[in-house]
Design a protein around this ligand. Structure first.
Ligand code: PGA
Length: 268
């Protein structure tokens, strides 16, 4: 039985004071839910404040990224033990925004964005290797751009991203892994992927895990959908057999909306 996971990716929004306020409201409304697992992923600087608010509740804390070394001369980076020390249980890895795969690229900015945020399969593989021994559960994001979808490359792109990031792992190392299918064209665009299509891709991801690893792992790993999830479309998505939860961006900044999404969780 896979517990439905509802994760809020607050991205680069909310100061620590604002994060505290949102976390307090969420704690009051949905903090003691045990039928779904609720994970809040605020910016790094808000992690300690949100950890304080949710301590003693059922909600979990997640970070939006991490570096693969434990410590050292890596200015501006945050390590796995640092995340554990502030109470993180989850960490988002390979989000399309950190891979430099923005939904509607601005032709004047694309090169810069790619240069600044150039996560790739090799760096993700290192990050997975680094976080798992610390007990951090990775939420590994995969997904195709609109151009790749139009060229019929959706499956190939996702398999390449999975294979690259998971290279060299054995099944027994991956039981904490969560995978999020996040089509780049659906992120922050308001253009949600149809529930049946999202379910089809999530099923392919699970089948790929079965092929590459074991039946047991593929039955255990949770596969989420992310991309313009709102209260109005969450019910259809969360009642698909192969969608085990959602990774919510914009709508997770609104307590009412996020609460409603959490109540859409189906059984699986
Ligand atoms: P969105 O973002 O819900 O704002 O589309 C989802 C995500 O990037 O994880």
């Amino acid at each position: 039985m896979r517990t439905c996971l509802i994760a809020g990716n607050w991205k680069m929004n909310l100061t620590p004071t604002e994060s505290t306020a949102l976390a307090r409201t969420l704690r009051q409304r949905i903090g003691m839910r045990t039928d779904v697992e609720i994970v809040l992923c605020p910016p790094f600087v808000s992690l300690p404040a949100v950890a304080d608010v949710i301590r003693g509740s059922e909600m979990k804390l997640g970070a939006q990224n991490v570096f693969w070394q434990d410590s050292g001369a890596y200015t501006g980076q945050i390590s796995p033990p640092m995340l554990v020390a502030v109470g993180c249980e989850y960490v988002i890895l390979g989000h399309s925004e950190t891979r430099g795969r923005f939904g509607t690229p601005d032709p004047n900015l694309t090169d810069d964005l790619l240069r600044y945020f150039s996560e790739n399969e090799a760096t993700l593989n290192r990050k997975l290797r680094a976080v798992l021994p610390h007990g951090l559960k990775p939420i590994l994001c995969v997904g195709e751009t609109l151009e790749e979808r139009q060229q019929g490359q959706t499956e190939a792109v996702i398999y390449r991203q999975l294979d690259g990031a998971l290279e060299g792992f054995d099944a027994d190392e991956l039981f904490d892994l969560v995978i999020a299918y996040e089509p780049v064209w659906a992120i922050g665009t308001g253009q949600v992927c149809e529930a049946e299509e999202a379910d089809r891709i999530c099923r392919l991801i699970r089948a790929h895990i079965r092929e590459r690893f074991t039946d047991e792992l593929s039955a255990f790993v949770r596969v989420l959908y992310g991309g313009s999830v709102k209260a109005s479309n969450a019910h259809a998505l969360l009642h698909q057999p192969d969608i085990d939860g959602v990774l919510v961006g914009g709508a997770s900044l609104n307590a009412e909306e996020f609460e409603q999404i959490s109540y859409c969780a189906g059984s699986r």
